[in-house]
Design a binder for this molecule. Structure first.
Ligand code: PEP
Ligand code: MG
Length: 584
């Protein structure tokens, strides 16, 4: 008889495969007191285990195929950093010395202390980071216990392998992916875990938080539905047929989308739309290319600054920027100056030394921080000015809230340019300078700001947060976060109108630009430059190519005069059912 288990679907796709259990989870340790004479040797045993764990992780990182999305190696890097961190290693050595306990026991005590700190955190993403502590600790424990951390998938080509585990570390997911796993199911985990994010990047269907998954029989056939978080064990003929059909449909749909890669993003009436990608690291460019991106609409450069003690050098930045520009010759590249502050800080850097802000999202972030900290900002401006020699470049400033900030930034750019020229650096081309419109004040004053910049880019993630007074990472008020709130739509529309009046392009690079449901509305409002996660590009292009502009303007007009978000939802639903988007 078939059995259904449910959990949280974290990466979509359907797989019909064979269960393979792996033990990648926690380890049992023996608590042992050691004599004073053995303390030094025990500390060395721990240090050696840490070195071996580091080598193992480095080998996994080095085996990541070139051109893979940056988050894949970023997660391994974050585990490598944790392995080097004194909070973990020095504390364990001290516990061995002070308490005369064996290394495994000391490591477990320190793990418990660190996990307790993460569990206190309000932010759900940071709370999930306790899993990273566990993954790193488990890796060292396995070395100490002489249990090699090898993951055998024992791939049988006749049927895809569905890995079932208590939990999986990002490194496990990479190793399993390289060994050909088709899907995974874990008892623990959350949609925000690094392993879940990786599954999405790698396109591996996955379900987490599946209670009872350990009871599945080794080798039995299961259906994994990663979209709906559903697993069917011992499926009957009917379920097998139903899911095989859904799987074939999904595959055919992906193939049809892939064919759009080199097709223009054009509405049925021939209006051309720029469809660009958001990236975090230069390595992401490969995925943009595969998804037919028409350039980069947002390069979040602050990712170069995260997880490190010292800011990247000017040369390091120049190399990163030019590598993106050279990888996409003749395409538009928009680089955002660093948006540190709020939820993104430079570890061990200046932001941890100042007073703790009560409302970091309203505090010293983005352009505010850069204007106050020339030492931080100038190397980036120097690198950007030099990078502009490579090919046409657009640079945009985050969190602009008034004209003075734009003027100060321009003065700083001019001073840096003079400095470079005085040093004999030749600067052949200027970059175009833009402002992100993500603070309601900037949208309301967009007409005035437009006279001082070459383009705008609407950052809807922050614009919604600030317009609706909702902390975007606070899950208690998440239910209020609504892109369809008429206030948000009006701010977007004002920005588009201001851009049109001043004859400057207006792009959108927040999550709204990748939301298929909103594409007709945004086009109707006049948006012609969309920038989104590369994984969304082909579906957005497909949607654009089905639309006729003359149908969209009345939709936008009606949405802009709606009295609440619910009315906009109804308008969109009605519109979609009338113009049913066919997959064909
Ligand atoms: C935005 O706010 O919409 C945006 C694109 O910037 P970030 O998400 O990096 O704050
Ligand atoms: Mg933003």
């Amino acid at each position: 008889m078939s059995l259904a288990l449910s959990g949280t679907g974290v990466a979509r796709g359907i797989i019909i495969g064979r269960v393979h259990h792996i033990q990648a989870g926690s380890t049992d340790v023996t608590e042992r007191k050691i004599s004073g004479k053995k303390v030094a040797a025990e500390c060395e045993r721990f240090r050696q285990a840490r070195r071996t764990a580091t080598e193992e992780l480095r080998a996994i990182r080095d085996a990541i195929p070139a051109g893979s999305p940056s988050d894949i190696s970023a997660f391994i890097e974050s585990h490598l950093l944790m392995l080097q961190d004194a909070t973990l290693s020095d504390a364990v050595v001290k516990l061995i010395e002070d308490r005369r306990c064996n290394a495994e026991w000391a490591l477990r005590m320190q793990r418990d202390a660190l996990v307790a700190v993460f569990e206190q955190m309000d932010d759900p993403y940071l709370r999930t980071r306790k899993d990273d502590v566990d993954h790193v600790v488990t890796r060292i424990q396995r070395v100490l216990l002489d249990q090699p951390h090898t993951i055998e998938t024992d791939v049988d080509d006749s049927q895809p392998t569905v890995v079932v585990a208590e939990d999986l570390a990002p490194a496990d997911v990479i190793t399993l992916h390289n060994n050909g796993l088709a899907a995974f199911v874990t008892e623990a985990g959350s949609p925000l875990s690094h392993s879940a994010i990786l599954a999405r990047s790698l396109g591996i269907p996955a379900i987490v938080s599946v209670r009872g998954a350990r009871l599945l029989q080794e080798g039995e056939t299961v259906i994994v539905d990663g979209q709906n978080g559903f697993l069917v064990a011992a499926p009957d003929e009917k379920a097998l047929q139903q899911y095989s059909e859904a799987q074939a449909e999904e595959k055919a749909w992906r193939e049809r989308l892939a064919e759009l890669k080199n097709q223009p993003a054009e509405t049925l009436d021939g209006t051309h739309v720029h469809l660009r990608a958001n990236i975090e690291l230069p390595e992401d460019v490969g995925v943009c290319y595969e998804n037919g991106a028409d350039g980069i609409g947002l390069y979040r450069t602050e990712f170069l600054y995260l997880n490190r003690e010292i800011a990247p050098t000017e040369q390091e930045q120049l190399d990163a920027y030019t590598s993106v520009m050279l990888a996409l010759p003749n395409q538009s590249v928009t680089i955002r100056t660093l948006d540190l502050g709020a939820d993104k800080t430079l570890d061990g850097g200046r932001q941890t030394t100042g007073p703790v802000a009560n409302n970091p999202a309203l505090g010293l972030r983005g352009i505010r921080l850069c204007l106050q900290d020339a030492e931080l900002f100038k190397p980036q401006l120097r690198a950007l000015l030099k990078a502009a020699n490579t090919s046409p470049l657009r640079v945009m400033l985050p969190m602009v809230s008034n004209l003075q900030e734009l003027q100060q930034a321009k003065a700083m750019i001019a001073a840096v340019r003079e400095e470079l020229l005085a040093e004999g650096v030749s600067l052949n081309q200027d970059f175009k300078l833009g402002a992100m419109i993500e603070v309601p004040a900037a949208a309301l004053c967009a007409e005035q700001l437009a006279e001082h910049v070459d383009f705008f880019s609407i950052g809807t993630n922050d614009l919604i947060q600030y317009a609706l007074a909702i902390d975007r990472i606070d899950d208690q008020v998440n239910y209020l976060y609504d892109p369809l709130h008429p206030a948000v739509l009006r701010l977007i529309s004002m920005t588009l109108d201001a851009g049109k009046k001043a004859n400057i392009p207006v792009a959108m690079c927040g999550e709204m630009a990748g939301d298929l449901r909103l594409v007709p509305l945004l086009l109707g409002m006049g948006l012609r430059e969309f920038s989104t996660h590369p994984a969304n590009l082909l579906e957005v292009k497909h949607r654009i190519r089905q639309l006729e502009l003359s149908d969209l303007e009345p939709l936008a007009e009606a949405a802009l005069s709606a009295s609440d978000a619910q009315s906009v939802v109804e308008l969109l639903d009605d519109w979609h059912s009338q113009h049913q988007a066919q997959r064909a």
